[in-house]
Design a binder for this molecule. Structure first.
Ligand code: PLP
Length: 388
């Protein structure tokens, strides 16, 4: 098999059935049958690699996982019902009571809740560093620290963390480096190349790309994935075969879709940067981005998320949303449809202003997930919404 990304995305496929189907069929089955008592015994003893029950594995989820493993240059993986299923199961499988996490402060909202509200119930604490303070990371490491965790680019402020620098710290202190690679997709960035041990995706976003199904996946070193698999096979966060079938199809077009998303996003970012009602724009492949050089080093293109700050604070942000006509106001991202959100008045409104500013959410910050519409139409919509 060719190791080229697009070829793997299209050609990695579950073995054909007796019907010689070209496109992989949907295997909606909860369990699988055995030939005889010996087959059943050997299968449960794991002397054979085969499907037993769809909480453990299923041909559709295996095809999806095999593709992500190949795309990320990983050894093994397991697919989950949601991205948060992947995040939680990864921590729950690998950590014990009393362990400690060091994490970037700029993490997905539910991941933040996991660190601050739920993991402490099992005496697992998290220390945070700011995205622009990698030099402080080492001072947070304790004898019981097990995992170094980060997202890049971050949600919603689109900051970039230097994966190679994080991996050097992780190696020096014998920590596992776990990276949420959701915003980049396996097409734009492969954290394992820069030293990550595990990579997590919410497949709900650009991997699905059309806002249809939820999904998550963790890939990386085989011995770690084995622990995550055993935990998950017993606790039940498995991906549905239907969602795996949808998502594996989506991966066939990931490269062409993401190329177009990035082309459109760069044009939108350039338009916004020149607009007088905009204070600043954060897009990884704009030279004005504070971590532009790092983004260029570790990403193929800049992604589809453009963050920008409208002059005039919270009120200006709300007014902008109300004037939007074509784009959608929605909590999702990575959809074929362009989506705009105003974190300060919605997703992050419960945070104190100090906490919001710490993760880069200024009052007028808008997060836009640029879709696949004709880009001038998106720009026209943003332009008329920015008029005062
Ligand atoms: C959406 C998201 C998640 C959670 O994924 P779900 O599929 O919604 O559970 C995790 N990390 C990041 C960066 C996300 O954007």
């Amino acid at each position: 098999m060719s190791r080229n990304f697009e070829t793997q995305a299209v050609r990695i496929q579950t073995e054909r059935s007796q019907f010689s189907e070209h496109s992989t069929p949907l295997y909606l089955t909860s369990s699988f049958v055995f030939d005889d008592a010996e087959d059943m015994r050997a299968s449960f003893a794991e002397e054979k690699q085969r499907n037993l029950y769809s909480r453990f594995s299923n041909p559709n989820t295996t095809e999806f996982v095999d593709k992500i493993v190949a795309m990320e240059g990983a050894e093994a993986g397991y697919a989950f019902a949601t991205g948060m299923g992947a995040v939680f199961s990864t921590f729950a499988a690998l950590l014990s009571a009393g362990d400690h996490i060091v994490s970037s402060r700029s993490v997905f909202g539910s991941t933040h809740s996991l660190f601050t509200k739920y993991l402490p119930k099992w005496n697992i604490e998290t220390s945070y560093f700011k995205v622009n303070e990698l030099d402080k990371v080492e001072s947070l490491i304790q004898p019981n620290t097990k995992i170094l965790y980060a997202e890049s680019p971050t949600n919603p402020a689109v900051d970039i963390l230097d994966l190679e620098a994080l991996s050097q710290i992780a190696k020096k202190h014998n920590l596992l480096l776990v990276i949420d690679n959701c915003f980049a997709t396996p097409y734009l960035q492969n954290p394992i190349k820069f030293g990550a041990d595990l990579v997590i995706h919410s497949a709900t976003k650009l991997i699905d790309g059309q806002g249809r199904v939820l999904g998550g996946v963790t890939v990386g070193k085989a011995e770690l994935v084995k622990e995550i698999y055993l935990f998950s096979r017993n606790t039940g966060p498995a991906m549905s075969p239907f969602n795996a079938w949808v998502l594996s199809k989506s991966l066939e077009t990931l490269a062409v879709r993401v190329d177009k998303h990035c082309e459109n996003a760069l044009k939108v970012a350039q338009f916004l940067e020149a607009h007088p009602a905009v204070n600043f724009v954060k897009y990884p492949f704009l030279p004005s981005h504070p971590q532009y050089e790092v983004a260029k080093k570790q990403m193929r293109l800049g992604g589809n998320i453009v963050a920008f700050e409208i002059k005039g604070g919270i009120e200006a942000g709300r007014k902008f949303l109300n004037k939007i006509k074509l784009c959608s106001l929605s909590a999702n991202l990575g959809d074929s449809r362009t989506i705009v959100t105003h974190p300060a008045s919605t997703t992050h409104s419960k945070l104190s202003e100090e906490d919001r500013l710490e993760v880069g959410i200024t009052d007028g910050l808008v997060r836009s997930s640029i879709g696949l519409e004709f880009v001038d139409d998106v720009i026209q919509d943003l332009k008329q919404a920015l008029e005062v």
